[in-house]
Ligand binder design. Structure first.
Ligand code: GTS
Length: 215
């Protein structure tokens, strides 16, 4: 398998953590695509992923899989243990719901903040910026952090009783928050404690060695 990514990127981090959890890192050849040079927006790359985002998994037969959730679902199906996407129908549903929620309420919101209300990837790549929209998404991410904090006061992991793809999505949010220097609100103690626990996992440690958290 080939994965096009940018090693310090929060979304690529999600797939790298999933690969480490599944002990599959050595099966992958990583191909860096330089976001700062806009290599993800060239026609050549858009032919691999219409959305022009990383990461993208390429199979030998030139089939491409984009979107962190889809890639993680695929990787999870390759080996049964440890499961990242759930075993029972209900677990699978809840993990999908919480992963989507982690994206909407935190990770994607921080990404919009980065691209719209900060210099983002620079003027050559950020062809349209809407600062007001970016700042709203920053505030949405802060509300999202409070939501996850409240959740984690009553359960050990984002989707309930076990580590899953949903935790990895929120970890991606933490990585992006560190990059844009968006502090996790002090009162979100349960969220911070959860993140400290996540950092004990070798898969997360490996990734955070590339992107050290500032929180
Ligand atoms: N929904 C996509 C997914 O889940 O894979 C989002 C992917 C995404 O936004 N990736 C970032 C990207 O390509 C990579 S990184 O910011 O984490 O490094 N951003 C570039 C851009 O121009 O949006």
């Amino acid at each position: 398998m080939k994965i096009y990514d940018w090693p310090t990127g929060p979304y690529p981090a999600r797939v790298r953590i999933a690969l480490a959890e599944k002990n599959l890192l050595s099966d992958v050849e990583f191909v860096p695509i330089n976001l700062w040079k806009g290599e993800h927006k060239t026609p050549h790359f858009l032919a691999k992923n219409y959305s022009g985002t990383l990461p993208v998994l390429e199979f030998d037969h030139e089939t491409y899989l984009a979107e962190c959730t889809a890639i993680t679902v695929y990787l999870d199906a390759l080996a049964s243990e440890p499961t990242l996407t759930g075993r029972t129908p209900l677990e699978k549903g809840v993990i999908q719901m919480m992963t989507k929620r982690a994206e909407i309420e935190m990770l994607d919101a921080i990404s919009v903040y980065f691209h719209h209300a900060t210099p983002g990837l620079g003027p050559d790549v950020e062809l349209y910026q809407n600062r007001e929209w970016g700042l709203r998404q920053r505030d949405k991410a802060l509300r999202g952090m409070h939501y996850f904090d409240a959740l984690l006061r009553n359960q050990p992991f984002i989707a309930g009783e076990a580590f899953s793809m949903a935790d990895i999505a929120v970890i991606g949010g933490f990585i992006f928050a560190a990059i844009v220097e968006l502090p996790i609100p002090q009162e979100c103690a349960a969220l911070s404690t959860w993140f400290a626990r996540m950092q004990e996992r070798p898969s997360v440690q490996k990734q955070l060695a590339i992107v050290p958290p500032k929180h």
